[in-house]
Design a binder for this molecule. Structure first.
Ligand code: DGY
Length: 329
């Protein structure tokens, strides 16, 4: 009987669907995610891994599971999986693309709107009893309409962000490795420097790769307008957080809203949490009932195909494995 390890508690519908396939299903039921050592211990006789961002699925982990055929990530980003190592071992790696793009863009736009219209700091002021008399010059925010949004990374989430911005009459620029055919009313800007200089809001939607690590650091913050706001819903390491703190304190940029940080969870005594112009959310861009349920469904489809020796529908390394005809059966 094939065995599937689910590394975090999940929807009962997903667990039932896995069990219905006849597989033995083990769900990690700890309050916290399994440690790296827990993962290595639990994966030994597993055929399919239903993984989450909290698992570092390294070559060492894969070597501890000689029967492992498929790693099915619950999420679109899979930077926690060593795909090269999986290629070498003929293990399929899969994710949940597309399905969470709209929810993620919804959150990114909500963060943008919150920072612009100060819903991130003014409610706390009201609760402190500091709402004074009407003041034409007080509590001023920034418009959203007719401002310029710079989208870095115009994949499916970036495109959804562009659509939302168009509805708010924003001027939308995007920077991407390639110029896109469908631009959703957005204008391509070939240089990162230029888009940083021209934008009132910068929203990051590029994946984390060795090239995008610390993409936003001291030099980039200096290029941005002093009134600009940074939104990060991709991965924490894309932003150099020490440089961000310095830029926010020095007024190089006006604010930042982060759904993702380094590390996650961010420690309660982190300097960024002392700043009123920095809003931090606990990595929840895809966290709606509807979207998380759909992600679970895709994750189930991927893992079931993989344990049966078929190509999973959302396999990210099919061509690399196929080139060597090495898919593990
Ligand atoms: C994703 O889908 O990549 C989310 O950030 C959860 O990992």
């Amino acid at each position: 009987m094939p065995k599937i390890l689910v590394t975090r508690r999940t929807f009962s519908e997903a667990v039932h669907a896995l069990e219905k396939s006849g597989a033995e299903v083990v769900v990690w039921d700890g309050e916290d995610a399994p440690s790296h050592q827990d993962l290595i211990t639990s994966i030994r006789d597993v055929d399919g891994l239903y993984a989450h961002i909290t698992n570092q699925v390294t070559g060492e982990v894969m070597d501890g599971a000689p029967d492992l055929k498929v790693i099915s990530e619950f999420g679109v980003g899979y930077d926690n999986i060593d795909v090269e190592a999986a290629n070498e071992r003929g293990i399929a790696v899969c994710n949940t693309p597309g399905i969470l793009s709209e929810s993620t863009a919804d959150e990114a736009f909500a963060l943008l709107a919150s920072m612009a219209r100060r819903t991130h700091d003014l409610p706390a002021m009201v609760k402190r009893g500091e709402w004074g008399d009407f003041d034409p010059l007080g509590l001023l925010a920034s418009d959203i309409h007719h401002k310029t949004l710079g989208i870095i990374g115009m994949g499916s989430i970036g495109s959804e962000m562009a659509k939302r911005a168009a509805g708010f009459n924003m001027n939308v620029l995007y920077h991407n490795r390639n110029r896109r055919d469908q631009e959703f009313g957005a204008t391509y800007v070939g240089s990162l420097e230029e888009i940083l200089e021209r934008s009132d809001f910068i929203s990051l939607h590029n994946p984390l790769t060795p090239e995008t690590k610390n993409l936003m650091s001291t030099e980039q913050f200096k290029l941005m307008k002093n009134s600009a706001i940074l939104i990060n819903t991709t991965r924490g390491p894309v932003v150099d957080q020490d440089a961000l703190y310095e830029a926010l304190v020095a007024g190089e940029i006006a604010g930042a809203a982060l759904d993702v940080t380094v590390p996650e969870p961010i420690p309660a005594d982190h300097p960024l949490l002392t700043l009123d112009n920095c809003l931090i959310m606990p990595h929840v861009a895809s966290a709606t009932h509807e979207t998380r349920m759909k992600m679970a469904k895709m994750c189930v489809e991927n893992v079931l195909a993989g344990i049966n020796g078929d190509w999973p529908p959302y396999c990210v390394n099919q061509s690399d494995i196929a080139a060597n005809a090495r898919l593990k059966k």
